[in-house]
Each structure stands twice: as C-alpha cells, then as structure tokens.
Design a protein around this ligand. Structure first.
Ligand code: G3P
Length: 224
C-alpha cells in the first residue's frame, strides 16, 4: 500500500496520481474546509469526484457527527457514494464518549462497511479499534511527536500487536510534518503513510540530483 495523499484538492491528486506512487487518498472535515469545499452537498460531490479519479484505490471520508444513530446513517450514506470509499470515524467523542467502537464494530461486522478509525494518538487506542474490526487504524504520528512522545516506537508496538494477533487492520500513519516521517514511519511498521502533498516534492527533489542533472544536460549540449 505505502503512500496515500492527505488531500481533497482535485488538481493536486491528479498531479501526484499521474506519477504512479499514490495508493489512496484520505480526507477529513478540516482538510475539506481549508480547501474551500462547502456544505454537505459540496463534500459529497468532491468525495465522489476523488473516488472516481482513484478507482479502485481507497478514499476515506469522515462522518460529521458523534451521535451513534446519525453516525450509522451517515456511514451508510457515505459508503454508498462509491465502492472504493471507506468511512472515517473517530475513536471516541470530543469529551471521551465511548459510543464509537460499538458503531465501528457494527458497521464492519454487520453492514460490510470498511471503517478507518481516526484521531488516534497511541498504539493502545489503535489496538482496540483493530480488535473491534476496523479495516484501517489512523495513528496521528505527527501529533504524537508534537506532544513530546515517540511516534516511531508507538507504530512499532502497534504493528507487532496487529501481527501477533493476526488482525486485518492496516496502520495509516498520519499528520505528516517532515519529509523524513514517510520512510521512518513505514520502516517502523506502518502499512501506509498518508502524506501532505507539499512534502512529496521534498522527497523527490535533491540538490545534488539537480546539480548532476544539470551536468548531464550541459555535457549533452556540448556534444551536439
Ligand atoms: O490524516 C489526518 C491528518 O490530516 C491530520 O493532520 O496535520 O491536522 O495533524 P494534522
């Protein structure tokens, strides 16, 4: 799986998808708001457009409520927009309400809806989400580092728990902050890193490669 884009910008997704390394896209309400996608109708249209562009690769779209009944309804609706859409649900409510795992469990085991459990900051949260049946567990590794904890260790522990218990969940390491995060988190055991597109250019371009390419082109010109 490896690299997803954390974006809802169509042109940006098209540009990097054409390069051949993109294996999926993740969005959330904050990304959509920042990118100027307005209202529920706007969100639906944008997510469907991304899903068509990516097909059959996965696209994550998040529910907008923390009420159990409405989460179930929204999840069913979002999942019906396209076959390759999975539904993002946070590990718990804004005040630590514990309803979400039951919703996740029901969607995955009774309704055949793939869930990406999100906003998680520790291996233990992700482990429980995986036990509940989640297809993806999103660990916000950049935010873990921001809090002064070691995201690499958290990912390593999580991968060993998932493998040891033969759980199907795939780890999505999210909230990239630095270019180094991508290879570091993949090497620590993340199945996927969802990357902010601006970091991708920094992964590709190297000053010494630039100098080398310039040398080749200059010498080729002298030889003409
Ligand atoms: O995919 C989750 C990601 O968008 C959260 O990133 O930068 O808000 O921590 P950030």
């Amino acid at each position: 799986m490896a690299i997803f884009l954390d974006s809802s910008k169509i042109e940006e997704i098209k540009k990097y998808k054409a390069m051949g390394f993109v294996r999926g896209v993740t969005t959330n309400p904050t990304i959509l708001l920042k990118e100027g996608v307005a209202g529920m109708a706007g969100v639906k249209a944008r997510i469907i457009e991304i899903a068509k562009l990516l097909e059959p690769l996965p696209v994550s779209a998040e529910v907008t409520t923390n009420d159990s009944k409405r989460m179930m309804e929204e999840a069913r609706d979002i999942a019906s927009w396209a076959k390759n859409i999975n539904v993002k649900i946070t590990i718990h409510g804004p005040n630590g309400e514990l309803d979400n795992l039951a919703v996740i469990h029901e969607l995955e085991t009774k309704e055949n809806i793939r869930v990406n459990v999100t906003a998680m900051m520790s291996a233990q949260q992700c482990f429980l989400a995986a036990m509940a049946g989640a297809t993806y567990v999103s660990i916000f590794a950049g935010r873990i580092n921001n809090m002064g904890y070691d995201s690499v260790n958290e990912i390593r522990v999580l991968r060993s728990l998932l493998d040891g218990h033969k759980l199907k969940a795939q780890i999505i390491a999210a909230s990239t902050r630095e270019i180094l995060n991508v290879v570091q988190w993949l090497q620590a055991g993340a199945h996927i890193v969802t990357v902010v597109p601006t970091l991708v250019d920094g992964m590709i371009v190297h000053p010494y490669s630039k100098e080398t390419v310039k040398m080749f082109l200059d010498d080729a010109a002298k030889n003409r």
